[in-house]
Design a protein around this ligand. Sequence first.
Ligand code: ATP
Ligand code: MG
Length: 226
Amino acid sequence: MLQMRQLSRVYQADMIETTALDAIDLDVAAGEFVAIMGPSGCGKSTLLNLIGMLDRPSGGSYLFDGQEVAGLGEAALAAVRKANLGFIFQSFNLIDELTVRENVELALLYHDVPASERRRRAEQVMDRVGIAHRARHRPSQLSGGQQQRVAVARALVAEPKLILADEPTGNLDTSHGEEVMRMLQSLNAQGATIVMVTHSPAHADYAGRVVNMLDGRILQQRRRAA
Ligand SMILES: Nc1ncnc2c1ncn2[C@@H]1O[C@H](COP(=O)(O)OP(=O)(O)OP(=O)(O)O)[C@@H](O)[C@H]1O
Ligand SMILES: [Mg+2]
């Protein structure tokens, strides 16, 4: 599904150059569940943002479904993102002026999906993550685990091929964290490809492959025995 070759990202700020990613090679096949681990500042979020086309590489090649991403303009990138990607962030980024259902439906607003269909799909995905009974609440009226489930529902409602999660359990207690992990695992079993950044070895164990990073490079990759 994606293939990165010698991909790098250098940040320039006030005469200081930071090499956040240093000539990375990474392949992710359709259907994989990959965990990215490594110490703070090693480039995990930078890598995830590049995979998600939220940021542009400074050099190297990135093929998504065989198409070179590096050369695409903003509009083309947005179209690829919209058609393929779902994001789950550590901070849930929910809008408290909207209800749970409206937050989930919002993700379909730019997809040319009619209102009735938006509603149906939102109901379906809220059911799946076990939040349907809170559809009319505001995010601030929910527990942290429930809010994260809304964020997962929002990431899923457009049925993305690739789910990108940056420390999706970072703000959750142990049991809610495991709940989110089980949810990701079952999505993966149903065919979604997942790339997840995590600091938790226990959560990395849910993935089929663990990629360890250090100082902008990939140190080693470990595939779990099936
Ligand atoms: N916008 C930016 N401008 C300059 N440097 C940046 C910028 N964003 C990140 N960096 C630098 O790039 C490096 C990698 O950052 P990144 O956010 O990818 O780390 P991370 O592995 O996700 O860390 P954490 O586990 O703390 O989230 C760091 O040294 C960071 O200081
Ligand atoms: Mg990070």
